[in-house]
Every structure is written in structure tokens, then in C-alpha cells.
Design a binder for this molecule. Structure first.
Ligand code: NOJ
Length: 550
């Protein structure tokens, strides 16, 4: 295989659109569940490659893929055993090369997932650290400690794993090692220079392969507070929590990102990095995207905001204000592989990001469509999680025996319902796994997904898929829709209605459950529910967003 520094062609060709990432729509592919080319029931890179034209037609700028590296899959690939190899389940390095090249030929950029907080327990370093015994110098690349108690039988501190249970596991020789996630995901010690060297080399490996960027997993977790202090009485962290903790959002992480930025900047074509950083505030998130650090950070505060006009307006204002001083674009995201899909969150009363009940599906979809048009009208970069363009709900009734999320098992079924958003997506109305592949699918799809398939929705102007296609195309056409650093809120709206102006454009959002009459701000160009303005007025149906050209 030849290495290359290919630059994408097409609309996002570097040079013709510098700062491509500032207003990019980035589509998340969860490789297990996107498309299965070899018929083993599990998605793969060849499957992704075969569906790239679909993503080009959807109009997105870039594709972020969750991990596809060699991994025992204790946490669906977020436990990496070899950062420079593809898991055979997903294909080969040649497949990755072909996928990157094809994407570039189609004008799509490729962002890969980097997992630097922890390795797999099957990573060479960790295996040797265990096998070579307590004196192994490789133990310093992780957090090995003696236990507390008379015979060291108690964990070294009181931290709990985000997946449930203690954050420490005892080895056969009696020492303990730290894992913020599953025991199969030992945390790396970023104070050890070999760790930093290794990750700089891994970055270069993938940059040389031609990727356009990285999504940094647990970007806020790499550095732990000196001495690994007890939390004491503080409430333990959940996967998506955001309290101040001695293992998260420590100031030392920023030095790492400054060194990575230098590497990214050495490569042509504006290679980027986006932080998965769960920080207590958006202001803390902004620290990750200072001019000499990463380019973007996920806006989880936005993701967690309920369908409520005041709360939405507040989070939008706070997000834009936090990013302005550092000059980074705000980002917007509604769904990903770790949270209940927004069509299901909005179908239920507000209740965080992990929802277990199907709720009122019709209401959820209606709000999800409106929420998407709001998101795509905001300045900055937007993330779309595979299947949301089909309006997919979470599968809330998966039988326990098919579940694979490690947190489900570690938390004794109290937690860990992430499988519900990871069910393979339907491409066709009939056939094995609705066109996902020829050999079934690793999680069962509901029968109702035939009607939600790409085939069923393509060409139907009322479908959610066509709404996404139109919105993304318009976002590109309406000058400056994704650019800028602020929105102008329009005064005088009824309670529960948001209206804001952007250059040549107004977006109105009715978050209430009743129709509301307002003066038509312009010519309606797109709406999440049909609207018919007349005589300079319009009745905004309940839970509806409308885009207006002015
Ligand atoms: C965040 C990832 O998105 C999630 O899926 C994973 O379980 C944890 N990080 C641990 O890597």
C-alpha cells in the first residue's frame, strides 16, 4: 500500500475553502452499524466505502468514524489493541486506504477516532506490564498502585469506573491498576514520556494515511490530579456527567494538545482535531480550542438541553459567547453513539441523555425534525449521527441477551443502554437486515424500520431524509449561514417561540405544543412541518421550525 497525503477534492478542496471545518456538517459513522459488505452481520470499512456516495448526496462535508482498530471489542472498539491496524472484523489497512481515497474523490473528508486515555488490556505494553511482574518498567506507562488495607486488599482510592464498580482492578500479583472505564481499558499514564511519543507517532501514521482529522476520545481525561486523591463524599461520575473530578479536565491536558496542534499544522490541507471533553462548563470547553490547541470540541451542553425555548436560547448564547474569545467555531450536536437518540429523548419528558422508554414517537420525531433545522441554522459546525437523518428512534426494547454495552453488565442492568442507539441502520424496505448486509445484523432491527429505510424515504418530500438533504444543501447555498459568531434574536415573539436572524435569513422555532400566529418574517424556504403563510402572517404549527429567506 502506498502512503499518501491526498487532499480532498470537490466543494471542500483546501485552498478554495480555508477553514473548511468552521462551518462543516460532520457525519458520524458507527462502523459496526452502518453497512456490512461481507455479510457477517457486522458493519465494515468496505460497507462504509460502498455508501460514501450516499453521504456525498446527503451533502455533508466530513465523515467521522468511531474506532475500527484492532480490538477485543470489550467496549465496541474503544479498547484498542493496535492503533496502526484495522480489526479483521472491519477489514484491512488497504480497505482503510481505499475508503480514504474514495472519500476524497467524492469531496468528503475523513476524521478518525483516537483513543489516548486508555488502551486495551491486550495492548502490547499492558500485556507485558502484567506478564513481566511488578518490577516491569512498562507498569509506569499505566497507573499501577499498591492497595490500601492491611494486606493491600482495598483499592488505592475511592474512584468508581464510569461503567460502574471500582475504577481499580487487582492483578494476580496483588497490585492494582486504574481504569476509568472497563477493566479491559487500563488508563495510560501521560506523565510517562513514552506515552506521549507513542501517540505523536500514531497521529503521524494516520495523517500519512491521508486522514483529515481526529476525534479525541475522553480528551479531558488524560491527566490525573497529582497523587490520585480520593473524591471523598462527592457524587461519583456517570458516563456523561460533568462535575469537577480529579481525573477529568485537569489543566495538564492542554500541553498535550498544544504539541498535537503543531503536528497537525505540519500537514497540508487543514487537518483538524475535535475534543470529546465533558467539562463542567462551556467556558472550560473553550480551553480545548484555544488557537494553539484543538480545532473543535463537542458541545455536550447543547446535546443535553431539553426542547424548551428559554433553555435553548440560553445554551446557544452561552456557547457562542464562550467560543468568541478563543476564535473557535461553536459546535452543535443532538445525538451520538453514547446517548439516547434525540427522536426518543424528545418523545419523553425531559430526563437527561439516557432514556429507556419509547415515549410518544410522533411527538419525538416532530420535535427532532424541528431541532435539526434549528441546529443547522446556527453558526458553527454541526454533527449528525448516522440514522438521525432517517428519524430513527432509539430501540428501547432490546432483549438483555443481545446487549453488548459493557456498562449494562457492570452496572447490573441499572445503566448502559447505549445499544439502543447503535442498532444497524436500514437502507432498503425489504431484505436481510433492510439492506444493512446479507447476513443479518448484530443487533436486531425493529420491523417498523422498513418504512424508515433510505429507500422508503428517498424522493418523498415529506420524509426526514429529504428534510436533511434540503437543509444541508440550503445551508451551503445561503451565504454565510454556517459562518459568524452570533445570532440576532428577534424581539416580540410569543412565549416558547424563538426567532433569530442571520445574514439574509431568519429562523423561527415554535417549541410549544400549540400553533402560534406570527408575522411572516420573509419567504418560507424550508419547514419541519408544512406551513402556509398568507397575508403577511403565518401560523407556526406546534413543535415546528421554519427557515425564511429575507
Ligand atoms: C467515549 C466514547 O464515545 C464511548 O463510547 C466510550 O465508551 C468511552 N469514551 C471510553 O472510551
Amino acid at each position: 500500500m502506498t502512503q499518501h497525503l491526498a487532499a480532498p477534492t470537490g466543494h471542500s478542496t483546501p485552498g478554495t475553502h480555508t477553514g473548511w471545518w468552521r462551518d462543516a456538517v460532520i457525519y458520524q459513522v458507527y462502523p459496526r452499524s452502518f453497512a456490512d459488505a461481507n455479510g457477517d452481520g457486522m458493519g465494515d470499512l468496505e460497507g462504509v466505502r460502498s455508501r460514501l456516495p450516499y453521504l456525498r448526496d446527503l451533502g455533508v462535508d466530513a465523515v467521522w468514524l468511531s474506532p475500527f482498530y484492532a480490538s477485543p471489542q470489550a467496549d465496541a472498539g474503544y479498547d484498542v489493541a493496535d492503533y496502526r491496524a484495522i480489526d479483521p472484523m472491519f477489514g484491512t489497512l488497504l480497505d482503510a486506504d481505499a475508503m480514504i481515497r474514495d472519500a476524497h474523490d467524492l469531496g468528503l473528508r475523513i476524521i478518525v477516532d483516537l483513543v489516548p486515555n486508555h488502551t486495551s488490556d491486550q495492548y502490547e505494553w499492558f500485556k507485558r506490564a502484567i506478564n513481566d511482574g511488578p518490577s516491569s518498567p512498562l507498569r509506569d506507562r499505566y497507573h499501577f498502585r499498591a492497595g490500601k488495607g492491611e494486606n493491600g486488599e482495598l483499592p488505592p482510592n475511592d474512584w468508581e469506573s464510569i461503567f460502574g464498580g471500582p475504577a481499580w482492578t487487582r492483578t494476580a500479583d496483588g497490585s492494582w491498576y486504574l481504569h476509568l472505564f472497563a477493566p479491559e481499558q487500563p488508563d495510560l499514564n501521560w506523565e510517562n514520556p513514552a506515552v506521549a511519543d507513542e501517540f505523536r507517532s500514531i497521529l503521524r501514521f494516520w495523517l500519512d494515511m491521508g486522514v483529515d482529522g481526529f476525534r479525541i476520545d475522553v480528551a479531558h481525561g488524560l491527566v490525573k490530579a497529582e497523587g490520585l486523591p480520593d473524591i471523598g463524599g462527592a457524587e461519583q461520575l456517570k458516563l456523561l456527567g460533568n462535575d469537577v473530578m480529579p481525573f477529568f479536565d485537569q489543566d495538564g491536558v492542554h500541553e498535550i494538545y498544544r504539541s498535537w496542534r503543531k503536528i497537525l499544522d505540519e500537514y497540508p490541507g487543514e487537518r483538524i482535531a475535535v475534543a470529546e471533553a465533558w467539562t463542567p462548563t462551556v467556558e472550560r470547553t473553550a480551553n480545548y480550542v484555544r488557537p494553539d490547541e484543538l480545532h473543535q470540541a463537542f458541545n455536550f451542553q447543547y446535546l443535553g438541553t431539553p426542547w424548551d425555548a428559554d433553555r435553548l436560547r440560553e445554551v446557544i448564547d452561552v456557547s457562542l459567547a464562550a467560543m468568541r474569545p478563543v476564535g473557535a467555531p461553536a459546535t452543535w450536536v443532538l445525538s451520538n453513539h453514547d446517548v439516547t437518540r434525540h427522536a426518543t429523548r424528545f418523545a419523553n419528558p425531559p430526563g437527561g441523555t439516557q432514556i429507556r422508554t419509547a415515549g410518544d414517537r410522533e411527538l419525538g420525531l416532530r420535535r427532532a425534525r424541528a431541532a435539526t433545522l434549528l441546529m443547522l441554522a446556527l453558526p458553527g459546525s454541526a454533527y449528525v449521527y448516522q440514522g438521525e437523518e432517517l428519524g430513527l428512534p432509539d430501540v428501547t426494547d432490546l432483549p438483555d441477551e443481545v446487549r453488548q454495552d459493557p456498562s449494562f453488565f457492570r452496572a447490573a442492568g441499572q445503566d448502559g443502554f447505549r445499544d439502543g442507539c447503535r442498532v444497524p441502520i436500514p437502507w432498503t424496505t425489504t431484505g436481510s437486515s433492510y439492506g444493512f448486509g446479507s447476513g443479518g445484523s448484530w443487533l436486531p432491527q425493529p420491523d417498523s424500520w422498513s418504512g424508515l429505510s433510505v429507500q422508503a424515504q428517498s424522493g418523498d418530500p415529506a420524509s426526514t431524509l429529504e428534510l436533511y438533504r434540503s437543509a444541508i444543501a440550503l445551508r451551503r447555498e445561503l451565504p454565510g449561514l454556517g459562518a459568524g459568531e452570533s445570532v440576532d434574536w428577534l424581539p416580540g415573539m410569543p412565549a416558547g417561540v424563538l426567532a433569530f436572524a442571520r445574514p439574509g435569513f431568519v429562523c423561527t422555532v415554535n417549541t410549544t405544543g400549540r400553533a402560534v400566529r406570527i408575522a411572516a418574517p420573509g419567504r418560507a424556504v424550508l419547514a419541519s412541518t408544512e406551513v402556509t403563510p398568507a397575508d403577511g402572517e403565518v401560523v407556526l404549527p406546534e413543535d415546528t421550525t421554519v427557515w425564511w429567506a429575507v
